[in-house]
Design a protein. Structure first.
Length: 132
């Protein structure tokens, strides 16, 4: 079941990001609008689009979240492998995604401090910005 859902969510999320998916959704909305006079702009006519969009949105949240979770896990594994393989890299960073937000903020602050001068300026970044 996991493999089926993973494959299905990946394909669905990929399709949802394509222009064809947008055009399909746009087409449905146009057809719905065109049929408005036919159904005399009734409450039922409005309920059709509201219910349809709610159902699609509800289901897409889970499919897209599944695809993003897998992508993030794969990316994290690749980064961990790079940390492990690169000489001089600090291996203690492997697995930090499991730390609390406060712990991650502390690490981020420490790294930013290491990357700046004594005044807290990020000189290499500032030079790049000035070039633009």
């Amino acid at each position: 079941m996991d493999r089926f859902f993973a494959a299905f969510s990946h394909r669905t999320a990929s399709f949802a990001g394509q222009p064809a998916a947008f055009m399909l959704a746009f087409g449905v909305v146009v057809i719905w609008i065109i049929t408005g006079p036919l159904f005399q702009w009734s409450d039922t006519w409005q309920l059709v689009i509201n219910t349809g969009t709610t159902i699609v949105t509800f289901l897409m949240v889970f499919l897209i979240q599944n695809a993003q979770n897998r992508d993030a896990s794969a990316m994290q594994a690749k980064l961990d492998e790079l940390l492990r393989a690169v000489e001089g890299a600090r291996n203690q960073f492997i697995g930090i995604e499991h730390l609390t937000q406060a712990q991650l903020e502390d690490i981020k602050a420490e790294l930013e401090q290491l990357g700046s001068d004594e005044k807290g300026n990020h000189l290499p970044i500032e030079r790049l910005i000035e070039r633009r």
